[in-house]
Design a protein around this ligand. Structure first.
Ligand SMILES: C[S@@+](CC[C@H](N)C(=O)[O-])C[C@H]1O[C@@H](n2cnc3c(N)ncnc32)[C@H](O)[C@@H]1O
Length: 302
């Protein structure tokens, strides 16, 4: 597991479904040697906060990567971190100073004002990224959630001393992302984007809810339903046919839904602790599925 240290590449946003808890189980299966030698490209079609992406880039700085997500504002933030690092840091430092200078009572209206500005889609990409990062650090539970009109609608989080500008992490992430292609779109488009090279795909789609109320998977206004899970399984089969390696994580909904979808592939269950539920009593350990088309003991030579 990658430690939280100053100056080490790590997620710059807190994102629902972040993979910190599962990192040891996932990193044990990563074909490190073949990524380091650039024989394999690293591709992550549902990058979210990028816990696995940054773990790969921190340990394997030479690796070439493709990071994709369907959320345009999240991808805008990745691009701003990669290309406009210092302007982003300057804007966040200014927002942090303004926020921390306010009395408690004035902080919620300040938050709501910046949330409205974010939802007005500022043209300046750095401003949009700075607002996303500000909201992520000050909103309730660091969630990203949009309503049916596509507006970010998470309430103020009452965090006492949020770290709004983490310049060391942003600089480390910008450095780590220098060989990363960042794209915004549907996961299915990433197959064409990797080109003729062989790739290792790590896929972390929105979870299949364990019950209607227990899970969170509304990252965007379009739900990731069973039809989407089936489309993803067809995509994984296409990856397999083209000779790519894939590793997919998902919650275990019980029953044989995933066994049927991924018949013939390796399916492993691991225990994970999830922290999206607002009620701490409901954040217990859950089974997580790791599905792959390769034997890590054969591809993992180090
Ligand atoms: C479980 S989260 C990924 C969490 C990530 N692994 C992390 O460590 O933070 C799923 C992501 O899939 C994205 N997403 C949803 N539908 C998508 C689609 N059709 N294509 C690509 N990305 C999609 C969401 O925006 C969300 O960021």
């Amino acid at each position: 597991m990658v430690e939280r240290q100053e100056g080490l590449a790590k997620p710059f946003v807190k994102w629902a479904g972040g993979k910190r808890q599962l990192l040891p189980a996932i990193t044990a299966k990563i074909p490190w040697t073949r990524l380091a030698s650039k024989e394999l490209l690293y591709a992550e079609p549902f990058v979210g906060g990028g816990a696995v992406l940054f773990a790969v880039l921190a340990s394997c700085p030479a690796a070439h990567a493709l990071a994709n997500d369907a959320n345009p504002r999240l991808i805008g933030a990745y691009r701003a971190v990669q290309r406009h690092t210092e302007a982003l840091i300057a804007r966040l430092a200014s927002l942090e100073a303004q926020f921390l200078s306010l009395d408690r009572a004035d902080r919620a209206p300040f938050y709501l004002d910046l949330r409205a500005r974010f939802n007005a889609h500022p043209h300046d990409a750095t401003e949009c990224a700075a607002l996303l990062l500000f909201l992520n650090r000050t909103c309730f539970n660091g969630l990203y959630r949009e309503n049916a009109s596509g507006d970010f609608n998470v309430p103020y989080g009452k965090v006492t001393r949020p770290r709004i500008c983490d310049a060391a992490t942003l600089r480390a992430d910008a450095q780590a992302l220098r060989h990363t292609t960042i794209t915004c779109g549907d996961f299915a488009d990433t197959l064409g984007q990797v080109g003729p090279r062989q790739a290792f795909f790590y896929l972390d789609p929105p979870y299949k809810p364990i019950s209607q109320t227990a899970s969170f998977n509304a990252y965007t206004k379009t739900p990731f339903d069973d039809a989407e899970q089936k489309r993803l399984a067809a995509f994984c089969k296409a990856l397999h046919r083209r000779g790519h390696l894939f590793l997919l994580s998902n919650s275990d909904p019980g029953g044989d839904f995933f066994e049927r979808l991924y018949d013939g592939f390796r399916i492993e269950r691991v225990r994970a602790r999830r922290s999206v539920n607002a009620n701490p009593a409901k954040r217990g350990p859950l089974d997580e599925l790791l599905i792959s088309n390769f034997d890590p003991t054969e591809t993992h030579h180090d």
